[in-house]
Design a protein around this ligand. Sequence first.
Ligand SMILES: *[C@@H]1O[C@H](CO)[C@@H](O)[C@H](O)[C@H]1NC(C)=O
Ligand SMILES: *[C@@H]1O[C@H](CO)[C@@H](O)[C@H](O)[C@H]1NC(C)=O
Ligand SMILES: *[C@@H]1O[C@H](CO)[C@@H](O)[C@H](O)[C@H]1NC(C)=O
Ligand SMILES: [Zn+2]
Length: 417
Amino acid sequence: MMFLLLCLFIGASVGVLTPRRYDNDKVFRILPKTEKEVEFIKYLDNKMQLDFFKPASSHQVIPNNPADFHTSAEESEIIMKFLEKKGIKFDILSENLQETIERQFQVVEEKNNRSGRIFRYQPWEKIATWAFSVALRNPKLVSMMEIGKTYEGRPIILLKVGKQKACKKGIILECGIHAREWISPAFCQWFVNEAVKTYGKDKNMTRLLDRVTFHVIPVFNIDGYVWSWTQDRLWRKNRKPNGECIGTDLNRNFNISWNKFEKDEDPCMQAYAGTGPESEVETQAFSTYIRKNLDSIKAHISFHSYGQMLLYPYGHAEENIPNHEIVEKLAVSALEALSGLFGTKYIHGSISKIIGLVSGSSIDWSYEEGIKYSFGFELRDGKIYNFLLPESLIKPTCQETMLAVKVIANHVLKLET
Ligand SMILES: *[C@@H]1O[C@H](CO)[C@@H](O)[C@H](O)[C@H]1NC(C)=O
Ligand SMILES: *[C@@H]1O[C@H](CO)[C@@H](O)[C@H](O)[C@H]1NC(C)=O
Ligand SMILES: *[C@@H]1O[C@H](CO)[C@@H](O)[C@H](O)[C@H]1NC(C)=O
Ligand SMILES: [Zn+2]
């Protein structure tokens, strides 16, 4: 384990560059009402190479679903003129993206309040050290392993959480496949901390940990995550170069209808699918681990932001999955628990219905491998902060998400074998 800890810091010191700034950049939200308006957004993207936030590329834009993208201040003038001329309604979600980025860290002071501890986003080195120490401090409940290495050589850490016993059911919690979605790794850390803190105290959690092993990957795309901390807050992909551009979208790289929609072939795009299925070492590491543990793993939950959605397969096809009814019901129960805490509203459904057709996603792949409960959360928020959820909202987001995860886990616990 010591060796592993030493390895954590390899590749950590890249040359010092000035981080990318987003001064006065805008974030647009368009709600296209018709196919014609959708076509116009695609045309605009073709002409101006819009940087899509949600969905990840313009081919996924569909009528009546919001489409968010980021542009420079100069481009925004042109785009606004175009949209006004076409009579397409839009909102500006951020007038100055750099300010929104900085606002993430403006924590509300909660003085003299022990229960009001402030939760912060953590850079990779801190997460790695935390993983090491949480395993060290809770040897009966947590063990740490490495499932492979990233392109830049960082060990991909997995924490097995639960009472150590043979023949247990497993649930994969996969965080940080997209670098800029920082609330996702924060949730995985929250989950592990809550598990060790409440084991033996909270009956429900104790029962879960006695019978289920949670396989938690705090940060899947570590190289990208590091880049998002040091160089470009809005980085999404991994960091392997592909010709003139860098990075593959790991959540398009899985071996399931890979690149079927043939729109993600440009290596400069945010949703570039890679040179082939499982072309990326990170995808390989994850897929290999799942394949090895298919007998025990019953559920897989992938955490993303933003949009407040609970998604399930398929993304790569429009038809319903075979166990659609039961998965749909479970999603409804999970969201009842989630919104019961603060009233946060989520929508839910299959990826293809809710955000459009997507190939090569991790939950579609694991579903096809035989994991019948594969979910993807798009965590907070819905509109204002996009990927830049302020730190003051980490805690409530994790608290409510925890309730939904527990519902899914309790369902798994009740399954026969
Ligand atoms: C302390 O913080 C918690 C959680 O943020 C809050 O619910 C509670 O009302 C606060 N208590 C006081 C005395 O401010
Ligand atoms: C992808 O899956 C197909 C069929 O399931 C298989 O034939 C192929 O070898 C797989 N490719 C990789 C890279 O694993
Ligand atoms: C544990 O909590 C879940 C929901 O979170 C609930 O459905 C289940 O009945 C609870 N189990 C026990 C034993 O309390
Ligand atoms: Zn994502």
